[in-house]
Each structure stands twice: as C-alpha cells, then as structure tokens.
Design a protein around this ligand. Structure first.
Ligand code: KIV
Length: 267
C-alpha cells in the first residue's frame, strides 16, 4: 500500500481558500479512525479537560496531561497533521515558559505543531516559536482559557470594540508567523472579515461557513454525550446512545447466561 501523503503545517498554510477539516482526538483509537477518514488536522485539544476528565473548564489541564494524550494520538495518526494545545499557564507567564512547553509538546508529545490562545499579547511568543522551528496555530474569539474573563462560554465579538480587538489579534498572529488560526464562537460576519483579512487559513468553530476550515470536538461530532451537544455542533452519529444499547445488551446476555457461547470460550 502506498503511504498517504503527510499533511504538514506548510501544506496547510498554502490551503487558504480551501476547506480544511479538523477534529479533536485524545487517544490512539479515535485518532486512528479520524485519520482513516482523511481529516486534515487532528487536534489534541485541552478540551480533554472537559470531555475526557469531566471538568467544568480547561484551566486545570496540565502540560504533562497534554503530552500524555498527544503521544497516544500521534501513535494513531499517519496522514493528518497533529496539533497539541498549549494548556493554561504553560505560556502566559513568560516567553521562556512558552518555548519550553511548546518544545516538550513536540519532543515528548510527538506533536507536529502547537496551538495557543490569544491575539496580540501572544504574538511575541508565536514569532519566537516560529523562528526556532515550532509551527503555531493561533486561536482567537471565545478562547476557553479566558472563560472567567468572559463570564462564561459566551459568543465574543458582538460589540465593535471586541470585534476590532479580535480582528487585530488575528492579524498580529498571522504577521508573527502562525500558519493557521482557529476562530471560535464569534458572529459569522466577523469570522468572514477575519478570513478576508489574513493570508493564513481560518479554522472556525461556531463561527459560520465563511472560514477556510472547520473544527469540531470529537465527542460532539460523534454524539458521545447522549443528552447534550453545543448548538453549533452537528451530530454525525449517536455513539453515546449506541454505546448504552450495546452495554445494556451485554448485561442482559450475561444475566441470561447467553454470553459467552461455545464459540466465545477458550479451547
Ligand atoms: O480544546 C479544543 O478542543 C479546542 C477546539 C475546540 C478548537 O481548542
């Protein structure tokens, strides 16, 4: 079998105006499945704090946890580009912290690039990382690590001042050398304006169809939570309900003495 052509940050940077499909994954099994489905980017998001660890937000996620999950994901991916989120406080305190954290995500986590949240205030770090060979994906709009500043996971960029600041942030990231930027939970007109304003691909989540690409949290896309998903997500499967039904069928078979059969017993 011919090896699939690897998706690199350089190739992604050149896909401005094309539709890029990104999804999160947190372990080898789902990373492998997403890769087989030809997603372009597998993002090891710090959303794992919420969907894997059951936390209220992403703030407690540690760098060691990100590295642990990223290493698993990287083992399952052959073709897609593997991006690791830099967790809260791994890069905000100093440039040196940021360089070391990003370096560990590549060196120990086997990520191929890192993603960090913020605009102009992180542009210096983005420039430094890009200069030393660590590709960076930016993230603007409703940046979850600022949940307390926003007073919840609320749409950002509704006021003119907010919109201008988000737009300026995206421009600063592109100027600093980011190869793409996630635009999260902003009004679609603002996402369209950002997409027109920057020469790098925008990857939207809850930001409408004008972005160059889209990203979804795997759990939302697969319907792993049977009872909830964000308004902007589309459920492409109902794996949560299917899993409950499968567990229940197994329980029933065990209780009825129907499992295991002869065929399922060691000889
Ligand atoms: O942590 C994450 O999964 C993310 C995506 C939602 C963009 O940042």
């Amino acid at each position: 079998m011919v090896a699939a052509k690897k998706v690199t940050s350089v190739a992604l940077r050149e896909r401005k105006g094309e539709k890029i499909a990104a999804v999160t994954a947190y372990d080898v099994a789902f990373a492998r499945l997403a890769d087989r489905a030809l997603v372009d980017i597998v993002l090891v998001g710090d959303s794992l704090g919420m969907v894997v660890q059951g936390l209220q937000n992403t703030l407690p996620v540690t760098l060691d946890e990100m590295i642990y999950h990223c290493r698993m994901v990287a083992r399952g991916v052959e073709r897609a580009h593997v991006v690791a989120d830099m967790p809260f406080l791994s890069y905000q305190a100093s440039l040196e912290d940021g360089v070391r954290a990003a370096g560990r995500l590549l060196k120990e986590g086997v990520a191929e690039s890192v993603k960090l949240e913020g605009g102009a205030e992180v542009a210096g770090l983005v420039a430094r990382l890009s200069a030393i060979g660590i590709p960076v994906m930016g993230h603007v709009g409703m940046t979850p690590q600022s949940v307390h500043k926003f007073g919840g996971f609320k749409v950002q960029g509704r006021t003119d001042a907010q919109a201008q600041s988000i737009l300026a942030g995206a421009r600063a990231l592109a100027d600093a050398g980011a190869y793409a930027v996630v635009v999260e939970n902003v009004p679609p007109a603002l996402a369209a304006e950002i997409t027109r304003a920057v020469a790098i691909p925008t990857i939207g989540i809850g930001a409408g169809p004008a972005c160059d690409g889209q990203v979804l949290v795997m759990h939302d896309l697969l319907g792993l939570d049977p009872d909830w998903s964000p308004r902007f997500a589309r459920r492409y499967a109902e794996l949560g309900r299917d899993a409950i039904a499968a567990f229940a069928a197994y329980v029933a078979d065990v209780r009825a003495g129907k499992f295991p059969s002869d065929k399922e017993t060691a000889r």
